[in-house]
Structure formats: C-alpha cells, structure tokens
Design a protein around this ligand. Structure first.
Ligand SMILES: Cc1cc2nc3c(=O)[nH]c(=O)nc-3n(C[C@H](O)[C@H](O)[C@H](O)COP(=O)(O)OP(=O)(O)OC[C@H]3O[C@@H](n4cnc5c(N)ncnc54)[C@H](O)[C@@H]3O)c2cc1C
Length: 299
C-alpha cells in the first residue's frame, strides 16, 4: 500500500476541487486527532490527505444577529474559552471543555467532531440542544443543515465526500435561560462519555416552564432529542415530578448502545439519572439568573 499524497490547499474552493478530483478516496485533515487513529488502525486508507491548516477564514468566532458563528477550525480549547461562547452558549463551552484531555482539546476542531459523528462525543449533544446549524461547501456551493438533520447515525452524516464543513451557526441562548451539560464517564474522567446530557430551561417568574430542551449524547447512534417530551413540559411548572417524567421518557425511549463504557441496561439507567440531574441543574441556573447577570448580554 503506497503512502497517501498530501495537499495543503489555500482556499476552500481548492480543497473542494481536490476532494472532488479524488472522488471519495481523499480525506480532510483538521486537528487530526481522530483521523490519525483511523489511519494507524487501518480503518481508512485514503489515496490523499487534504489538510485544512492553510485555509484562511475557517478559524474565527463571532456573533451576528443573535447567532454565534463558530468556524470549522476553531479548536475545542478555543470554543471552551471564548468569551462569546461562554456568555451566550455556556452549555457548549462546558461540553467542549470536558472533551478528553488538554492535548486533544488543543488540536480537535468544531468541524472535525461533527464530521466524525462518533456517537460517544460531548459537543454534538450540546450543539443539538442549542439548535445549531452546520454550513458546508461543496462543488454545488454552500448549504446549511440543522444539526438534527446533519447527524444521521453511527459515524454518519449527510455530508458528501467532497463537502467541507466551514462553520457552525448557533443561536445565542436568551439571557434568562439556564443550561447545563453533564458528562458521565464510567472508566476514567478523560474518557469519552458513557452518557452526556445537555439541558436548557427557561421559566417565567412564577416557575412556569417556557422552554425545555434536552439532548442525550453517547447513549445511542446519535444525540437524542425528544421534542414532544420537551413540548409537553412547557406551560406547567417544572417541578420535581415534571423533571422525573422527562427523565423517564428519555430512559424509556432511548435505544441504548452497549460498548466498553456500559451495557445497554446500564446506559438506560444512566440516561434516567443524568437527564434528571442535567434538567435540575439547568433549572437551578435559570432560577439564579439575575438582572445583573443579564447586563452585558446584548448581542
Ligand atoms: C485521546 C482522545 C480522547 C478523546 N476524548 C473525547 C471525549 O471525551 N469527548 C469527545 O467528544 N471526543 C473525544 N475525542 C474525540 C475528539 O474530540 C475528536 O477526535 C475530534 O473532535 C476530531 O476533530 P479533529 O479536528 O481532530 O478531526 P480530524 O481527526 O482531523 O478529522 C476527523 C474526521 O472528520 C473529517 N473532517 C475534519 N474536519 C472536517 C471538515 N471541516 N469538513 C468535513 N470533514 C472534516 C476528517 O476527514 C475525518 O474523517 C477524543 C479523542 C482522542 C484522541
């Protein structure tokens, strides 16, 4: 087997051209944290490697019209620490900050974790709870996909082999929302999640729930959101019984995977526990949102 050709294109268009020319037998390299392992284990044997390293314009974080824009080459460390992400998407900042270890976070990118679509990941669940949209460029131009449509199964996305994720657009949370991302690891704290849960809660002053979003990651083939269950909680107080009903619904309806981090039975139990904890944490955060904290949140 011969070594793959390596390319360092200078524009997105040039990178797309290369992917197109290799007709599915080239692989993009972003942070390389997942791809290096896949190459080493011979899970992939591309004819060409196309590095995004020298492509400008893919590495910034900005906000426009209430939407936080994360470039595909933003690293997990940058996403976790960026003031805009921490202020407007704290649940995502937490999820990025809990990935693996410092070395992995320094290299792994926003585009890479989404394109890889490993079920046992942290950021995708948070981005799903935030209704993120993925932007991709291919030979036909740019398209935009809600993350719920982008992630379709185990290591599967709707991305074509010649398309490049360029950006993720994430609507900023309202300043009155409370959110939490909780990660449960079953082997070591640096491990991928056994279960990870992102929750967003917004309530009226009298405790009536106005918005509930819950995304469960790592438990099944892709992050799970049950929009009917979320909608069912809106309009009533999100008291302990209501939180338990939400946790029970997720535990009953998840189709849990069994792997080295837990059996299907264990995962279902953990979904119940960690959905409960994440929604409680988000509810507490919403309750503690003060007018002072809201100041400075103007986009
Ligand atoms: C030791 C270790 C621990 C880890 N722990 C965790 C953890 O706790 N939680 C967690 O969520 N993840 C964890 N990970 C996974 C890590 O987050 C992913 O490897 C990383 O996010 C992939 O990003 P990357 O930029 O390195 O992608 P790469 O390795 O460069 O690429 C991954 C795949 O995506 C494709 N790709 C990359 N960028 C793009 C793009 N812009 N457009 C289209 N396709 C693209 C590549 O061709 C490749 O197929 C861990 C990884 C390691 C090595």
């Amino acid at each position: 087997m011969s070594a793959p050709a390596v390319f360092f294109p200078r524009t997105v268009a040039e990178a797309v051209e290369l992917l197109d020319a290799y007709d599915g037998s080239a692989k993009l390299v972003a942070g390389g944290t997942a791809l290096t392992l896949m190459l080493q284990q011979r899970l992939v044997s591309p004819e060409a490697l196309v590095s995004l390293r020298d492509v400008p314009g893919l590495g910034g974080t900005s906000v426009e019209g209430g939407v936080v824009r994360l470039g595909a080459l933003v690293t997990h460390t940058q996403a976790a620490r960026h003031a805009l992400v921490r202020a407007h998407l704290p649940v995502a900042a937490t999820a990025f900050s809990l990935v693996g270890n410092a070395q992995v976070r320094a290299a792994a990118t926003v585009g890479g974790v989404l394109a890889e679509a490993d079920y046992a990941s942290d950021p995708p669940a948070a981005l799903l709870a935030l209704d993120a949209e993925v932007l991709a460029v291919g030979p036909g131009g740019e398209r935009r996909m809600p993350i719920a449509e982008f992630l379709v199964g185990f290591y599967q996305t709707t991305l074509a082999p010649e398309e490049i994720v360029t950006r993720v657009d994430v609507p900023a949370l309202p300043p009155t929302a409370g959110s939490a991302y909780l990660k449960h690891t079953s082997r070591s704290h640096e491990d991928r999640p056994c279960v990870g849960v992102a929750a967003v809660v917004r309530s009226d002053g009298d405790g009536t729930c106005r918005d509930l979003r819950v995304a469960v990651g790592a438990a099944c083939d892709r992050p799970l959101r049950l929009v009917d269950v979320e909608a069912g909680a809106v309009g009533s107080p999100l008291d302990d019984a209501a939180v338990e009903a939400v946790a029970t619904a997720y535990a009953e309806r998840v189709d849990p995977v069994a792997d080295v981090r837990g059996s299907a039975w264990y995962r279902r139990e953990m979904v119940q526990v960690w959905v409960r904890r994440a929604v409680h944490a988000a509810r507490r955060a919403a309750e503690h949102t003060t007018n002072d904290q809201r100041e400075g949140a103007v986009l």
